[in-house]
Design a protein around this ligand. Structure first.
Ligand SMILES: [Zn+2]
Length: 428
C-alpha cells in the first residue's frame, strides 16, 4: 500500500527532472557535461540530452520519497499532469521530446514523414513482417516528427533546397559538375515561375543524383575533392562555403572500398544556413535538413521516423526518400522569436504537438504563467532562478530542468538574471 498524500497538502505540481544523455559519436565533449556539471576526462561524446517520456530514454522525476521514471508518473497521474485536453488528444505520454543537442561532427541529411505517410509506411512494414529492430525499417511509429530548434551557439545547418536559379549557377560554376545535368538550365527557362514545373524539375535532378551508378558519383565527387582537399588542409575554405562541408563530409562518412557518399551533392543543392544564438528554424514534414555543427535546443513531436538522404553509414531508401521529400525550392524562414510577456519569446510552429519558447529574466525579473497552460518542461541554461507554485518552491541553477503539471500557475523569479527554455503543449 502506497502512502497517501495528506488531504491538506496540495498535489505536487513541480517535479525536478533528470534527462538522459545520448552518447552518439558525433556529439561534443564539453557543452552538455558542462551544463550538467559532470566531468568528461575520457572525452566521451555527449550528443543529446533528452527531456521527456520517450520510451527509448525516459527522463526521471523527483517525487516525495525518491525518483521515478516519468513514464510511470504519467501512467499514474497522466490526467492531472498532462491535463485532460492533452491526454485526450495524445494519450498518456508527453506529445513532445525536448533536447539539448551538441553537434561536433555533422549529422546525416534527413527528412521526416507526415502523419499520414508514417501511418501508411508503418502499416506496410508491419504487414511485410519487418521487426522494429530491422535496420531497413523506415517507420518506427505512426507519428509525424516536425521539429523546431533554436541555436545556443553559432550554428551551421542545411535546410531545404536552394532557389533553382542558384542551383543552376552551382552546376555551371563547378567544373566537375558541368556534365552532371546539361538539361537543367534549359528546362529551368521553360518552367520559369510555375511551382509544379519547378518541383518536377528539382525532383528529376535529385532523383538523377540519388540513382546514378556509384562509379559515376565516385568519379565526379573524387575529382571535386581532389581540388578541394589541399585548400581545406591549408585552411583556405570557410564554413560559409559548401566546399568546406563537402570535404568535411567526405572525411566523416567514408564509404567502404573507397566509395564516396553521394549525399555530398546535396550540400550544394541545399541552403547552407548560419544561425546566431536565439535564431532557429522549423523543419516540417518533407523538408530535407542536416545539422552540421553547433549547439541548440530542439523540440519535436514524440517520434523516431527518419528517412536519410546520405552523409550516413545507415540505410538509405531512395525510393521512399523520393516519395517523402517536398521538392520546394527557396530560402528558409529564420525564426527570431515573437516577443510575449515577462521576457518570453515564442517560436511558434504550425503543429499542435508543441510550443518552444525562450525566457530571459533580467536581474530581479519575474515571469508568471497563469492557470491555462499545458504540461511544461523548463531547463535553465544560464544564471539562477527560482520557481514557485502553490506551496512549492524550487531553485533552478544552470543545467537544472523541471516538469510543471498542466494548468497549475507558477512564477519564475531571478535575482541575478537567468536564461531558460520552455517546452509546452499549446492549448487549442
Ligand atoms: Zn530532423
Amino acid at each position: 500500500m502506497k502512502t497517501q498524500m495528506t488531504s491538506r497538502r496540495p498535489a505536487q505540481s513541480l517535479y525536478p527532472l533528470h534527462g538522459r544523455v545520448m552518447h552518439y559519436p558525433w556529439g561534443g565533449y564539453a557543452c552538455i557535461p558542462g551544463l550538467l556539471g559532470v566531468r568528461n576526462d575520457e572525452k566521451r561524446p555527449f550528443a543529446e540530452l533528452w527531456l521527456g517520456s520517450h520510451p527509448q530514454a525516459p527522463s526521471e522525476v523527483e517525487v516525495e520519497g525518491g525518483r521515478i521514471d516519468l513514464v510511470e508518473l504519467l501512467r499514474r497521474e497522466g490526467e492531472r499532469i498532462l491535463g485532460s485536453a492533452v491526454l485526450a488528444r495524445f494519450g498518456a505520454g508527453l506529445p513532445f521530446l525536448f533536447k539539448v543537442l551538441d553537434a561536433r561532427e555533422m549529422l546525416s541529411i534527413q527528412v521526416h514523414p507526415s502523419r499520414a505517410q508514417s501511418e501508411a509506411g508503418c502499416a506496410a512494414e508491419e504487414s511485410a513482417g519487418m521487426p522494429l529492430t530491422d535496420p531497413r525499417r523506415n517507420y518506427k511509429d505512426r507519428n509525424h516528427k516536425p521539429e523546431v530548434h533554436v541555436a545556443l551557439s553559432e550554428f551551421w545547418m542545411l535546410h531545404g533546397f536552394r532557389p533553382l536559379e542558384e542551383i543552376a549557377d552551382v552546376l555551371a560554376g563547378i567544373p566537375d559538375f558541368t556534365g552532371l545535368s546539361p538539361w537543367f538550365p534549359l528546362h529551368l527557362l521553360e518552367v520559369d515561375e510555375d511551382p509544379a514545373g519547378r518541383a518536377e524539375l528539382l525532383r528529376r535532378l535529385y532523383a538523377f543524383i540519388m540513382t546514378m551508378p556509384q562509379d559515376e558519383a565516385d568519379r565526379i565527387l573524387g575529382g571535386l575533392l581532389a581540388h578541394l582537399e589541399p585548400l581545406y588542409d591549408a585552411g583556405s575554405l570557410h564554413k560559409s562555403s559548401p566546399h568546406y562541408w563537402a570535404v568535411k563530409a567526405a572525411r566523416s562518412f567514408p564509404l567502404p572500398e573507397g566509395h564516396i557518399d553521394r549525399g555530398i551533392f546535396s550540400i550544394y543543392l541545399m541552403n547552407l544556413v548560419e544561425l546566431q544564438p536565439g535564431q532557429g528554424t522549423f523543419q516540417g514534414a518533407g523538408v530535407p535538413h542536416a545539422y552540421l555543427e553547433g549547439v541548440n535546443v530542439e523540440l519535436m513531436a514524440n517520434s523516431d521516423n527518419v528517412l536519410r538522404g546520405g552523409l550516413t553509414p545507415k540505410h538509405v531508401d531512395v525510393a521512399e526518400l523520393l516519395k517523402t521529400i517536398r521538392f520546394d525550392d527557396g530560402r528558409p524562414e529564420i525564426l527570431t522569436g515573437v516577443v510575449a510577456e515577462g521576457g518570453e519569446r515564442l517560436y511558434p510552429a504550425p503543429v499542435d504537438d508543441f510550443l518552444l519558447s525562450r525566457i530571459e529574466l533580467e536581474p530581479r525579473g519575474v515571469h508568471a504563467s497563469g492557470s491555462g497552460h499545458g504540461p511544461d518542461i523548463l531547463i535553465a541554461l544560464e544564471g539562477e532562478a527560482s520557481i514557485r507554485a502553490e506551496g512549492e518552491e524550487l531553485a533552478l541553477r544552470r543545467g537544472d530542468a523541471l516538469l510543471a503539471a498542466a494548468n497549475s500557475p507558477w512564477r519564475l523569479h531571478s535575482s541575478s538574471g537567468a536564461l531558460l527554455y520552455r517546452a509546452t503543449v499549446p492549448l487549442i
